[in-house]
Design a protein around this ligand. Structure first.
Ligand code: NDP
Length: 443
């Protein structure tokens, strides 16, 4: 059995009931085989065994009182996975599906994504099984305060800097920041995605979606193609989806869909992005309302968004939202490129379908790294007590995404896997972290 296969089989045995973590580790380690085989020093230093074991996993009780006076109890998580190249950095997810395995898959991915940005940030992730949907502002605030009352002792501007993810936007970050400051008395950049009046960075809200489109555009340009005139299918209707739609539209594409966990909208004329921003971010409504605004569009309950004919697909909702059949439907309909805005939205089988059919495939850890990269720019601004302009941050984000794109393309070619950007991104992200871990001894 090869070293990689042995590490994977031990990981699966030691971490039962964490299928998402198994999936993420399998994707990464399998594609690293050429590098691992060429460097026996990694095995001698048990590098992979250390890489797949988080430095620290924190689980805690989050009690809070709802508007009816009833006591509710949720579970909180923070997995501090790897600090070889910088303080832990990664979002917080509030969604009922959150469990330790999900946070570990996200934290593991984050190590390589953060490395790919070229910035000094380690990998971590956290969250809770709390569902903000349908809760009042006061309930969300009480939950966030209780969550931070435990989390504060494990984080800090030079230790671990959380951000948003599914279910955690500006509102939640604001409440958590207020509680951190109140408990510690510190006014420091301990969270990113903050409001602009208290240390937030311009472009952070747009960064993941914009960054996704910058990277996919560069990947297309590299093959003599672009977004211009293309039909784009986007899933999700949250932070990543909406700003990806905005940037793709600015580049001359037509975005024809959004989705949420109940259904999807198909608008052949191109979606009304401003309407969806107001619907989701201000009114916190559901996509099913879209057709009352625009009767010519279609709303369909359930899944099915990947059956819409398109040139480019940008999954921006959640993990494993594209399975093998969905990938085959996209290929059959002539899709030429897929860019992952969400984390691990494609199953391993779906990725194989894309790679085997010549679809240009930008994997999440490269394609959605713009969010965390801009978070790191927010940390820099907080450290120097300055705020950069929108144009400055946007230009830096664009430069970072272009670099990541070429890094993933070049590493794939260097290791004999031309146009396999999954391998290219994994190898590029891994090499920097591995070098730092080797230099720092057995820790
Ligand atoms: P939001 O909470 O803003 O939006 C999530 C969207 O996806 C909503 O439309 C939601 O619908 C839908 N969704 C969530 N879970 C499911 C599900 N199980 N099935 C179907 N639809 C679902 O989150 P973000 O836009 O921030 O995050 C989306 C993805 O992007 C995630 O995978 C996240 O990890 C990733 N990401 C986010 C970054 C960021 O900066 N925000 C950075 C890098 C990656 P509904 O409202 O019905 O739940």
């Amino acid at each position: 059995m090869s070293y990689v296969d042995k590490v994977l089989s031990d990981l699966i045995a030691k971490n039962p009931a964490q299928p998402e973590f198994h999936q993420a580790a399998t994707e990464v380690l399998t594609s690293l085989k050429p590098v691992i085989d060429a460097n026996p020093k990694f095995q001698e230093a048990a590098l992979l065994e250390r890489l797949v074991e988080p430095e620290r996993q924190i689980m805690f009780r989050v009690p809070w009182i709802d508007d009816n006076g009833k006591v509710q109890v949720n579970r909180g998580f923070r997995v501090q996975f790897n600090s070889a190249i910088g303080p832990y950095k990664g979002g917080l997810r509030f969604h009922p599906s959150v469990n330790l395995g999900i946070i570990k898959f996200l934290g593991f991915e984050q190590i390589f994504k953060n490395s790919l940005t070229g910035l000094p940030i380690g990998g971590g992730k956290g969250g809770s099984d709390f569902d903000p949907k349908g809760k009042s502002d006061n309930e969300v605030m009480r939950f966030c305060q209780s969550f931070m009352t435990e989390l504060y002792r494990h984080i800090g501007a030079d230790v671990d800097v959380p951000a948003g993810d599914i279910g955690v936007g500006g509102r939640e970050v604001g409440y958590m920041y207020g509680q951190y400051k109140r408990i510690t008395g510190l006014y420091e950049g301990v969270l990113t995605g903050k409001g602009l009046t208290f240390g937030g960075s311009l472009v952070r809200t747009e960064a993941t979606g914009y960054g996704l489109v910058y990277l996919v555009e560069e990947m297309l340009n590299n093959k003599g193609n672009s977004f211009k005139g293309k039909t784009v299918v986007i899933s999700g209707a949250g932070n990543v989806a909406v700003y990806a739609a905005e940037k793709a539209t600015q580049l001359g594409a037509k975005v024809v869909s959004f989705s949420d966990s109940t259904g999807y909208v198909y608008d052949a004329d191109g979606v009304d992005i401003e309407y969806v921003k107001d619907l989701k971010f201000t009114r916190r409504g559901r996509l099913s309302e879209y057709t009352s605004h625009k009767p010519s569009a279609e709303y369909h309950e359930g899944k099915g968004v990947w059956n819409i004919k398109c040139d480019i697909a940008l999954p921006c909702a959640t993990q494993n939202e594209i399975n093998e059949a969905d990938a085959k439907a996209l290929v059959a309909n002539g899709c030429i490129a897929v860019g992952e805005g969400a984390n691990m939205p494609s199953t391993l089988e779906a990725i194989d379908v894309f790679l085997n059919n010549g679809v240009l495939f930008a994997p999440a850890k490269a394609a959605n790294a713009g969010g965390v990269a801009t978070s790191a720019l927010e940390m820099s601004q907080n450290s120097e007590r300055l705020s950069w302009t929108f144009e400055e941050v946007d230009e830096k984000l664009h430069g970072i995404m272009v670099n990541i794109c070429h890094n993933m393309i070049d590493r794939a070619a260097e290791y004999g896997m031309k146009d396999n950007y999954v391998a290219g991104a994994n190898i590029a992200g891994f090499l920097k972290v591995a070098d730092a871990m080797m230099s720092q001894g057995i820790v």
